[in-house]
Design a protein around this ligand. Structure first.
Ligand code: KG4
Ligand code: ZN
Length: 344
């Protein structure tokens, strides 16, 4: 069996995992920095990088202990090399380089988005290429045709904010706390999704792109008007996001007639309303729907280890010169979208 050590440190989770090519997760250790960032209402890059330095090595040691393995017994070391907050990415990638050099093990630089994109295959052995992926996280909102390891065709992206970012900003406006996604989902459960009329940006437009900035501004105006409860605004906001995600995904689906499944991944895929609506869309289209378990949707090291397994099997090994990259598109040939901000 091939076993890979996976390392994740691109945002506010530090994680180490040992993953086998038989899809067994021999160990997974995750340290969340939520409490450190909560006073600021968002992730502070400098604080994140320092915290990664402090906890990464103990997490790797704990993962090895849990799996009953020594570092020399792993076959390769995979780490997120971008995109993400560059200080954190450098901590994980440099640690991986040092271990790779010291133990003479191959190094695999993983694109964090590829980790999310392939995570459904870790959870479901029957999921075959090609599949249509809705990748919805804090920094990204994209529709991708996943054709194989390292082969991604971007069909759509956001022209401004990512969906998770909209959840986080809505939580901040409504005073629901940090991290925003789960807080908005919990508040939405207590509210009326029809109470507040909110826009559905780009719904019905020809290209399947996304936009969430206008929705966020509408949430701010609704809150300032002081008429509705935070629960009603949260429920109405979540319904608007789901509407947009479904409309845009349906548009992209109409252009892919050979995909084996509709798949969702990334932090926002942990949202029950998002999952249920996508499942219904897949069923209308006569397609399988695949979503990883909740813990595999948000940032973790098992998905980085698994991407490492797929890359290792394909002979995709990196050298110690591989750079840490704050930006790293999955599809380098994707056209720039008019109005697209830094999140594209
Ligand atoms: O994939 P992820 O853990 O980190 C990035 O790579 O960005 O995604 C984090 C994002 C955050 O914006 C968070 O608010 C959102 O995913 N999120 C959710 C939920 N859980 C996490 N959004 C909506 N509902 C949730 N239950
Ligand atoms: Zn992520």
């Amino acid at each position: 069996m091939t076993v890979i050590l996976g390392i994740e440190s691109s945002c506010d989770e530090t994680a180490a995992a040992l993953v086998g090519d038989d899809r067994r997760i021999l160990a997974h250790k995750l340290g969340t920095q939520e409490a450190l960032h909560r006073p600021y209402g968002g992730v502070v890059p400098e604080i994140a990088a320092r915290a990664h330095v402090e906890v990464l090595t103990p997490l790797i040691e704990a993962a090895l202990t849990e799996a009953g393995m020594r570092l020399r017994q792993v076959d390769a070391i995979a780490a997120t090399a971008g995109p993400g907050l560059i200080g954190g990415v450098m901590v994980g990638l440099l640690t991986a380089k040092a271990l790779s050099y010291a133990c003479e093990k191959p190094l695999i630089a993983v694109n964090h988005l590829e980790g999310h994109a392939l995570s459904p295959r870790l959870a479901d052995p029957t999921l075959a290429y090609p599949y249509l992926l809705l990748l919805v996280s804090g920094g990204h909102c994209q529709l991708l045709r996943v054709e194989g390891v390292g082969r991604y065709k971007r069909l759509a992206t956001t022209i401004d904010d990512a969906a998770g970012e909209a959840f986080d900003k809505t939580a901040k406006i409504l005073g629901l706390g940090f991290p925003g996604g789960p807080a908005v989902e919990a508040a939405a459960r207590l509210g009326d999704a029809k109470a507040v009329p909110l826009p559905r940006p780009l719904k019905g437009s020809a290209e399947p792109h996304f936009s969430f900035a206008g929705l966020k501004s509408a949430v701010l105006r609704a809150h300032q008007a002081g008429v509705h409860t935070p629960q009603d605004i949260a429920a109405s906001f979540q319904a608007a996001v789901v509407d947009c995600l479904i409309d845009r995904t349906a548009k992209a689906l109409a252009t892919c007639d050979d995909v084996t499944a509709l798949v969702v991944a990334g932090g926002v895929a942990a949202n029950a309303s998002v999952r249920a609506a996508l499942e219904a869309l897949a069923s209308r289209a006569g397609l399988r729907f695949v979503a990883p378990p909740l813990w595999l949707c948000t940032d973790n090291a098992a998905m980085i280890g698994w991407a490492g397994i797929e890359r290792f099997a394909a002979g995709l090994i990196d050298t110690l010169e591989v750079p840490a990259r704050p930006r790293w598109p999955l599809d380098p040939d994707a056209e720039k979208v008019r109005g697209a901000g830094v999140k594209a």
